[in-house]
Design a protein around this ligand. Sequence first.
Ligand code: FAD
Length: 381
Amino acid sequence: MCCGSRDSRFRMMSAEPLGDEAALVTELVGDQAGAWELSGELPRDLLGELGKRGLLCAEVGVEYGGLGASSLHNGEFTAHVGGLSSSLRSVMTSQGMAAWTIQRLGRPDQRKAALCQLTSGKLAAVGMSETGAGSDLSAMSTTVRYEGDWVVLDGNKVWVTGALYADLLVIFARSGNAGAVVAVPASAPGVHVERLAEPAGCRAAGHAVVRLESVRLPVSSVLGGGNQPLSMLVTIALAYGRTSVAWGCVGIARACVQAAVRHAKTRSQFGKPLAEHQLVARHLAEQLADEQVATRVCEHASRCWDSGSSEMIIASVLAKHVSAGCAARAATSAWQVLGSAAARSDHVVARAYQDAKLMEIIEGSNEMCQLMLAEHALSTI
Ligand code: FAD
């Protein structure tokens, strides 16, 4: 879809592979995204359908039943989904982050078992945050205790996106002085998933509190055998999450530009279309600039990812930080152009406004990203 003519220099969406899949998602979502936000729930058959096609974690390799998409192609697909529904995109990010964590940390048998499930309709969520451990994940207090051939988990995770829909919970925990990541079936005795009441934004993303009360699992549930630094485990998972959220922000920004441009062309005040009032046109220009900046920084992160560049970690931080800011600005500006026309909870721009704010908080808040970027600048210049 283009902002302007087909030959426009600034393409709003690349003709990347996964184009058929993007069309399928457009069709399946239809005009329901606003209604899902009001009801606070995504249709489970939609999640099952996308899951079975491997579309919720498209980067998983074909050997595990996945699509083997590159980060760049999956990124464009993620942006497409993000433009339709940030709740659906959030579930996709959780599934992709769980899959990436399993792929990076799991032994071959663990990878085969878990990834094949995630490409055949089972859903996963990732639990890191706790009441006392938000930005500071080193304060995590969930523990894994080894008892012979078994491990026992105790702790509480908060704000676990997609947990309401999940079959598998990828839980980050403390194991003595080290960290461990455990694949926990949501149906295991001692696992309690409680819906988060009335979340603001991404309301249908299935956010939940997960209580783990003496959850006893075979020791083979610990990915890769455990005993790795917690900070390293968290960094691995968040690199995927940040890149995915960043692409989701590109989708938010695109949806905002499209809504604002359409409105500015068709709504007239003072005898001419809003688009012909220069102060309104400036809004459109700034929104397009934000959408383009977000796209470029995400493309850079995905190219680093696809080429295995050592810059991948910092590029994902940069992409998430810049894109979240771009999406938040584009949503504020688009709402200004739409005026009262967007002042409905289910309107695409009203949803974008709230969802984009959340993107400045999750996967490393603005401030956390700034600290990491500053540290990078100090160490390299
Ligand atoms: P705090 O850490 O309390 O921070 C509050 C404010 O203080 C922020 O602005 C922060 O930037 C600032 N601050 C904190 N420390 C510093 C510092 N040293 N210097 C400067 N400023 C600082 N977690 C999961 O594990 N899994 C999920 O799937 C998940 N999904 C989420 C979805 C949503 C919609 C939301 C809102 C949260 C989700 N989270 C999830 C939790 C999320 O990762 C945390 O909210 C985030 O890390 C911030 O933690 P906090 O909310 O506790 O804020």
